[in-house]
Design a binder for this molecule. Structure first.
Ligand code: NAI
Length: 668
């Protein structure tokens, strides 16, 4: 069924035909069969009129065309179905490319995937200089390949090497960069886009479609090299290899041959497990924006939006406290950070300044904004300085007695409506809240390290936490730009518990004689960014050993004791944080190598275990623990667990999520 309102057409007094994308039912324009039918109808109608040229543009404020409708794309079940979808796009955009008169594409807002493939089929491309104008082919990022002419047309426009680079990076480029790369022909002020597009259309109407020199091809060595890189960087993912195939084989062939190859490979990829997984992950991320606390609390009769936090207190100026304080200040909050000694406060403030300087250096914010951000954090040793905070996040040592003592002290200092949050990585929030005057205003906000780079926050509800407290904390987490997952208070919540059961199981294999590099390679080959032994070096042997102790305490029947980390710690080896040769690996000059010092803790005989068995065992430990967490009601759904592990542990997105993987492969 076509919905003509999504695409409209008109002819102006100067004989220019205008095609406008403006879906009345959505803030975005996306391509799906109804929009395609509407575009076809518009082109056919204009073909019957005496137009001199066509301009295609969007009526939306921030979006040209966001790409294909992923709800529709994610349902492609067979390669044949995918091929038909690709060919349909080719045929449609072919109508523009072969239109009797020139076609100009006027881009303002996001022009992604199928949107840019439409632009590629036009004869001239203008982009507005607005900051919301971002352009490109991001398909590989969700496991797909550009399938409506992107792989076939882009190398013809900008050359094979630049096309490979752009498509494999899978990033949208701001207008200026898109212009530099050759994706568009002109950049114009946003306010002049229509007028300039019309001028370009009239010019082409007079001079004819522009002749373009074909983009430079690349040789076989280039493609061989790119395949090697894709195999190591995007292990297990077929899309990058398919892109390289279409570009290499399509280069010397006529366009229709290249398009047909693109259609075949698009069909195979779109119907495959990896694309379905990555589209699923896309929707998991999208769902966070709409996350509410409704699954956990009865709906109030008269809902009023709870008051947002204005001033944030952070207690502890260590690794996490300074990271949290900096991130809050960067998002505009006023922050008071307290530690017990002035030198600890100063060290934390220096870390914060360093983080702001770094953000400015990397172009994430202006130098002015960085200076203002750093100035929003006030350091103190006085607890009284937190008296007017709306939220206090404690990030002191991981110790129940210390945290309980602090909560009692804080309860005397803060306002009655202040929310007290703990950043504990494993301790049950109800235990910590035992000394609070207002346990209903206590909650866990478990940030991950480093705070500036890790998106996840586990938002932990104790049995006392009220809906209002949870709503305020959720709004805060969203305002911070983080992705929250809500769970019930329970030791280790989800991520710490599952991750450290996994790391401990890896230590167990190690103690049985399976070598460090064999364990790590197996898990990397499965898709993890790093193996578990290397991850222990990163997290810190001290932190790992400490959390093992917590896990043993809370799960005495099931958390089997391993001792390698305790032995390393006794020998002063804390992992990467304290020197080149302090972990399972040595890190010298940026290169990592096995640490020979580990031999003294290893069993005499090595044990051989193949990669599949290692992967099966270690994944199995994670699956079993996650299943228990879900059975205990710590999280509401398997999707929540998958999302938290994706965001908090580096679980490979192309596997779609731990429990989704487990279901698909008969592991639960
Ligand atoms: P840290 O040892 O770097 O910092 C703790 C700071 O708290 C120290 O500067 C200490 O002087 C200060 N402190 C202790 N008692 C205090 C009090 N009563 N008032 C004010 N300051 C006090 O510790 P880190 O790594 O920042 O961890 C803090 C909390 O965050 C712990 O609960 C930990 O489990 C949790 N966490 C740690 C992560 C990590 O990767 N380091 C990740 C997520 C959570």
């Amino acid at each position: 069924m076509s919905n003509p309102a999504t695409v409209s057409h008109a002819v102006d007094a100067d004989g220019i035909g205008w095609i406008t994308f403006d879906d009345p039912a959505s803030r975005a324009n996306v391509f799906n069969p109804p929009t395609q039918a509407a575009l076809r109808a518009a082109i056919e109608a204009l073909a019957a009129e005496p137009v001199k040229a066509i301009v295609a543009l969007s009526g939306k404020e921030k979006i040209f065309i966001a790409g294909a409708d992923l709800k529709w794309l994610g349902k492609i079940a067979t390669p044949a179905e995918g091929k038909v979808a690709s060919r349909a796009g080719h045929a449609l955009f072919g109508l523009l490319e072969n239109f009797k008169m020139p076609v100009v594409c006027a881009i303002h807002g996001a022009c992604a995937g199928g949107g840019f493939e439409l632009a590629l089929a036009c004869h001239w491309r203008l982009a507005s200089d607005a900051k919301e104008t971002v352009i490109g082919l991001p398909e590989v990022g969700i496991g797909l390949i550009p399938g409506w002419g992107g792989c076939a047309r882009l190398p013809r426009l900008i050359g094979a090497k630049a096309a490979v680079d752009h498509i494999l990076k899978a990033q949208l480029l701001p207008a200026a960069e898109a212009h530099k790369t050759g994706l568009v022909d002109e950049i114009v002020p946003a306010a002049e886009l229509r007028a300039r597009a019309k001028a370009a259309a009239l010019k082409l109407a007079a001079s004819g479609k522009p002749a373009r020199a074909p983009g430079a091809p690349a040789d076989a060595t280039f493609f061989a090299e790119q395949r090697k890189v894709a195999l190591s960087r995007m292990r297990g993912q077929p899309a990058p290899l398919a892109v390289l195939d279409v570009i290499e084989q399509g280069a010397g062939a006529p366009l229709d041959v290249a398009l047909e190859l693109e259609a075949t490979l698009f069909g195979e990829i779109a119907a495959g497990e990896v694309a379905h997984n990555l589209v699923h992950v896309f929707f998991l991320k999208d769902a966070v924006k709409k996350l509410t606390v409704d699954a956990w609390f009865a709906k109030p009769v008269n809902a009023v939006a709870p008051a947002p936090f204005q001033k944030i207190g952070v207690i502890g100026a260590g690794v996490m406290g300074s990271g949290i304080a900096q991130w809050c200040a960067a998002r505009g909050y006023r922050v008071v950070m307290r530690d017990v000694k002035p030198e600890f406060v100063d060290r934390g403030l220096a870390v914060i300044k360093g983080l702001f300087d770094e953000a400015a250096k990397r172009g994430k914010m202006s130098a002015d904004a960085a200076a203002q951000g750093a100035a929003r954090v006030q350091g103190t040793t006085e607890l009284d300085a937190l008296a007017d905070c709306d939220l206090v996040v404690e990030a002191i040592v991981e110790n129940v007695a210390a945290k309980q003592a602090l909560v009692a002290e804080l309860s005397r200092v803060v306002r009655a409506d202040c929310v007290l949050a703990s950043n504990t990585s494993a301790l049950p929030i109800d235990e910590l809240a035992a000394t609070a005057t207002h346990p209903e205003r206590t909650i866990g906000l478990h940030f991950f390290n480093p705070v500036s780079r890790m998106p996840l926050i586990e938002m932990v509800l104790s049995p006392h936490t009220t809906r209002e407290t949870a709503e305020r904390a959720l709004a805060f987490a969203k305002h911070l730009g983080k992705t929250p997952v809500i769970c019930r208070s329970s030791p280790g919540f989800l991520v710490t518990r599952v991750l450290f059961f996994y790391l401990n199981a890896a230590c167990e294999l190690w103690e049985q004689g399976v070598p460090t590099d064999v364990i790590d390679r197996a898990m990397r080959d499965w898709g993890w960014p790093m193996g578990p032994m290397r991850l222990i070096d990163e997290v810190g042997v001290d932190v790992t050993d400490f959390i093992y102790g917590e896990m043993r305490h809370y799960f005495p029947a099931r958390f089997r004791s391993t001792s390698v980390c305790a032995k390393m710690l006794a020998a002063g080896m804390k992992g990467r944080k304290n020197g080149a040769s302090s972990g399972f690996y040595i890190y010298d000059g940026g290169k990592e190598a096995l640490n020979p010092a580990m031999a003294s803790f290893a069993p005499a005989a090595a044990k051989s275990m193949d990669a599949t068995a290692i992967q099966g065992h270690l994944n199995g430990v994670m699956i079993a623990e996650t299943k228990r967490v879900l059975d205990e009601g710590v999280l509401k759904t398997a999707d929540d667990a998958d999302f938290a592990l994706l965001m908090g542990t580096g679980f490979p997105a192309f596997r779609g999520g731990l429990m989704r993987y487990a279901r698909a492969h008969g592991r639960v």
